[in-house]
Design a protein around this ligand. Structure first.
Ligand SMILES: Cc1cc2nc3c(=O)[nH]c(=O)nc-3n(C[C@H](O)[C@H](O)[C@H](O)COP(=O)(O)OP(=O)(O)OC[C@H]3O[C@@H](n4cnc5c(N)ncnc54)[C@H](O)[C@@H]3O)c2cc1C
Length: 540
């Protein structure tokens, strides 16, 4: 009977486990390896921030999994559940609406962690995560979009919000993202006729008292000074508390008006792994020194999702790519030992160094105890990551990208990959305006939570026309009558609303039986001043 090794996750931990297994198992036909990942490519995350500025072409930070591990079966599916008792993994359906069940003899858990935005109000709706390829492309497009808008915006408040970029998280990914974003926005601002790079405001929020806690204090301080010199405002001991359509909300109650909030925190445990009956430490699955999950023989865990005891510190090994690759090597050796007999290896590794890029050809690095900063650190950083990129083809492409980036101006094309209109959720804080009287009617809202008031500006001042609550909708009148908003909608409490763009609203009212009549009726009631649910009359 063939032994079946199933690897869940195609990040650093999963891919390198498959690659090492291919090496160690050679051409054995009695062992089969399957890797399940939601994408058919591997993302080289340390280079992801460079996609924002276009220093690296978006496809060049990814690698096709089939080429990296040609002897591994790839199942490009979403893992939906793991049954450790039955030794079965269930995945999402493919083209046929039936889920598939995959049995295993050995299971490798390498699903990483998730950005847990649900804990902070509004963050899911208005925060930009920064973890995978889609996030990088989405953020780059958004940045170009706000620059385009700011170039033509005359309202100073809105202009300032458009040109304010807030990044939450002072670890590697937050600092590198802030540096790259700062680099890009200031450089391209001069291509916009009405933008002055000095109007750009980049703010890095960090809960601790120094950025890059992964590095020595000296290098952390160097990075801080360098970012400040490049006009990035670094705020220490500042926690993000949420987001709204208008602002980043801070723990002390302060609001920073912005249209771009990138959050690299909070990171949370993967929900699938959280549900497993295994011991966890800070949400990560606890394994022994052989990377095996205690009480579950033949189940292995590594990478960001695993808590691996470090005998030197008494804590766990850090969740970084460098460690994930070494853990993969150890896991592959131990799985082979478990299958064909032999001694298992204990995992032990000390990082050779750490480095982080800070934009404008500078970086900080601590390699084999040697601390470097500025240009030499940047050269070293590029050399290390170029060398670590798997596959010659990607090395070549990234090398060419870096070369071209030194001689050509940055690209400012916004790649529209799909319809930007859709049904989305929005969050507003008390006092924030959802739309103003006179605005163009571009969408309809349905209140999910909270209360809003409908106010009209009249000669004598402001008049409150109605209060609306959960289940009420507003904004339909301007769409149905094709005219500007006739009132302002202001949040009275924390509000979550469904926002339906004009085109989707028209599709619904054209094709869902009775829908058009419901909205027509509602509009007529509102025009005649009659009420519905909590409203005395509504508008917009
Ligand atoms: C912007 C950024 C910069 C970084 N820079 C550095 C750096 O400079 N140096 C460094 O050492 N580390 C860096 N890191 C951290 C490093 O990338 C991670 O530690 C590493 O990627 C962890 O690998 P992993 O395989 O455990 O998890 P991941 O890389 O997160 O991989 C998990 C995989 O599982 C897949 N998956 C998850 N859930 C499912 C599901 N339900 N079904 C199917 N597939 C699923 C995901 O799609 C993904 O492919 C950086 C991270 C980021 C985000």
């Amino acid at each position: 009977m063939k032994k079946h090794i199933v690897i869940l996750g195609g990040g650093f931990a999963g891919i390198y486990t498959a690659m090492y297994l291919e090496k160690r198992l050679g051409k054995r036909t009695d062992v089969e390896v399957t890797l399940i990942n939601r994408e058919n490519y591997f993302v080289f995350q340390p280079l992801l921030p460079e996609v924002i500025s276009g220093s690296i072409e978006i496809q060049h930070v990814i690698n096709p999994i089939r080429r990296l591990c040609p002897r591994t079966n790839l199942l490009m599916r979403e893992v939906e559940s793991i049954d450790l008792e039955a030794k079965v993994v269930t995945t999402s359906p493919g083209f046929r609406p039936t889920p598939s069940r995959v049995s295993y003899d050995h299971l490798v858990l390498a699903l990483g962690t998730i950005m847990n935005f649900s804990r902070l109000p509004g963050l899911q709706q208005h925060g930009f995560p920064f973890k995978n390829l889609g996030d990088a492309l989405h953020l780059r497009n958004h940045i170009i979009h706000v620059l385009e808008e700011a170039d033509n915006e005359r309202d100073p408040e809105l202009r300032r919000a458009l040109l304010t970029f807030v990044i939450a998280g002072g670890g590697f990914s937050g600092v590198e993202t802030a540096a790259e974003l700062n680099n890009f926005v200031r450089e391209v601002a001069r291509h916009y006729k009405h933008l002055d790079p000095d109007e750009v405001h980049i703010i890095l929020l960090h809960a601790g008292d120094r950025i890059l806690p992964e590095l020595s204090e000296e290098l952390g301080r160097f990075a801080e000074k360098l970012l400040q010199r490049r006009k990035v405002e670094v705020r220490f001991k500042t926690r993000l508390a949420g987001a709204s359509a208008e602002a980043a909300l801070l723990a002390g109650g302060e609001k920073i008006p912005t249209k771009t909030l990138v959050a690299t925190v909070p990171v949370g445990p993967h929900p699938l792994l959280d549900a497993l009956p295994c011991k966890k430490e800070k949400g990560r699955i606890v394994v022994n020194e052989y990377l095996e999950v205690p009480d579950h023989p033949s189940v292995w865990a590594l990478g960001d999702c695993a808590w691996i005891p470090d005998p030197k510190t008494g804590g766990g090994y850090p969740p970084t790519a460098q460690y994930a690759v070494r853990e993969a090597k150890c896991a592959a050796a131990n799985i082979r030992a478990a299958i064909q007999g032999g001694e298992k290896k204990k995992f032990s590794f000390s990082a050779l160094g750490m480095d982080g890029v800070l934009g404008h050809r500078s970086a900080v690095a601590d390699v084999l105890g040697v601390k470097l900063s500025g240009f030499p650190a940047w050269v070293l950083w590029r050399a290390i990551y170029w060398w670590k990129l798997p596959g010659f083809e990607r090395k070549f492409r990234v090398g060419v990208d870096w070369l071209l980036d030194m001689i050509l101006p940055k690209d400012i094309v916004q790649v529209k990959t799909g319809r930007s209109e859709s049904i989305s959720q929005e969050h507003y804080e008390p006092g924030e305006i959802i739309f103003r009287q006179g605005d163009v009617g571009d969408r309809v809202y349905v209140l999910i939570r909270g209360e809003v008031e409908v106010v009209r500006q009249e000669a004598g001042g402001e008049r409150v026309l109605a209060k609306l609550g959960p289940g009420d909708c507003f904004g339909e009148m301007a769409l149905l009558r094709d005219e500007p908003r006739s009132a302002t909608i202001r949040a009275l409490s924390r509000v979550d609303a469904l926002s339906i763009y004009r085109r989707d609203f028209e599709v619904l009212t054209d094709h869902v039986p009775g829908m058009h009549q419901i909205f027509e009726q509602l509009m007529l009631e509102r025009l005649s001043g009659r009420t519905r649910s909590t409203s005395s009359s509504s508008d917009g």
